[in-house]
Design a protein around this ligand. Sequence first.
Ligand code: SAH
Ligand code: SF4
Length: 423
Amino acid sequence: MNPLPTQPEAGASRPVPGSVSGAAGLASVNLLEFDLDGLAAFCEGLGEKRFRATQLFRWIHKSGAADFTQMTDLARSLRDKLAGRACITAMPVLSEQASSDGTIKWLFDVGGGNAVETVFIPDDERGTLCISSQAGCAVGCRFCSTGHQGFSRNLITGEIVAQLWFAEHHLRQRLNLPEGTRAITNVVMMGMGEPLQNYNALVPALRVMLDDHGYGLSRRRVTVSTSGVVPMIDRLRADCPVALAVSLHAPTDALRDDLVPLNRKYPLHELLAACRRYLEAAPRDFITFEYCMLDGVNDSDEQARDLLRLVGAGASHNDPQRVSCKFNLIPFNPFPASGLKRSPNERVTAFARVLQDGGLVATVRKTRGDDIDAACGQLAGEVQDRTHAHTRMTRAPVQVHRSGSAVANTIKAGRAGAQETHG
Ligand code: SAH
Ligand code: SF4
C-alpha cells in the first residue's frame, strides 16, 4: 500500500478556498455536515429561528461562503456565536489533475492515510460531478480498482457534501462563470465506494444537493449508482427517490456472484424486484443498468439475449416482469491486478445492437479522463484497507472463455467480500 503523498503533485495542488476553523482552534462543528433540517436544529440550539438557518444555508451552498464575517445579513451576535462554535471547511486537496478532454480529478485527504477522488466531467451543456461515498469499498467487484483496494471507512455527510461544495465554488471562480450560473448541473454517486452501504450519511447529502436553498438540482439530475443493496434501494425510494443506476454486469447469478460478490446476498430476482418497486411511484422514470464490458466474460450475443429476458424487454407496460430501463455499456477500464480485458469495440457495438433490436435503449459510455485515471473504475485514491481485499481477490482469478454461456470461476471461498458496512 502506498503511503499518502506528503507533497502535492507539482503545480497541481491548491488550498481549499477560504476554509476556516473555530475560534482558538477549539473543535467546531463543520456546517457542511447538515442538511437544512439539521442546520435548523443546530441553529435552534443557539436560540435562533429557522429562517436564520435558511439564510446561513444559502450563504454556504449558494454563495460558497466559508467565513462568517461575509454573511452580512446575519446579526453580528449570531456571526460571533457561529465563529466560536462552527466552521465551513472541505478536506485538504492533495492533488488536482486535468485531462486533455477537460475532465478534472481531485484527490482529497480524509485523514488516517485515506484519500478519496472526485471527478468533474464537462460536456456540452452539462457539468457532471462524480462523488465518492467511502474510502474504498467492501463489495469487492472483480473489475473495479476501488474494490481491489478494499475498504477503510464510510465518509461522513460533510465529506460527501464537501466534494460538491468545493468543486462548485472552485469551478465558478476558475471558469469565471457569470453570476447565478452553475458549474455542476448533475451529480453521480459513482466515485469510490458503494453509496447504499453508507446510507445514513448519503441521504442528508442528497437532500443538500436537491434543496432549492442548496444546489437546487432536480431529482433526475442526481444519480445514485449501486451494486445492488436491495433493502437500501427500498429505503431510498421512500426517503429520497433520486435517479437510480444499478450495476448489473451479468445476466445470470452464477456469473454475477463472481463479478459482484454482493449478488450472493441479493441475487438477481431480488434485485430486479427492488428495481420494479423503485419505479412504482414514478412510472415515467427508468433504471439505468450499468454493464461493464469484459472480453470473453459477459459480452456474447447470447448473454445480451439473456439480459433482454431478464428485464422483460418487449413485454407490455403492465407486465409484472418488465423493468423500465436503459442500458449503459461501459467499456472496461483495465488495471493490472484485474486480469481482465476490455471487450473489442465491435463486440460492444454488436452487444448494444442485440439489446436495441430487443427494444431497449442501449448506449455506450464515453470514456472520459482516462489519461488521468479518472474513468469509471479507475478511481483508487488511497485506502488503508481493513478487509484484506488484495489477498482475497488474487486468490481466485476470473476464468475468461468465449462460450456464450460462459460462467466465470465462482469463488468457493464462501461469502468473503460480500460484507456490508451499514447497520
Ligand atoms: N459502487 C457503486 C458506484 C461506484 S462504481 C456501483 O458499483 O454502482 C461506478 C460504476 O463504475 C459502476 O457501474 C461500476 O460497475 C463501474 N466500474 C467499476 N470498475 C470499472 C472498470 N474498471 N471499468 C469500467 N467501469 C467500471
Ligand atoms: Fe464497490 Fe462499485 Fe467498485 Fe463494486 S464497482 S467494488 S460496488 S465501487
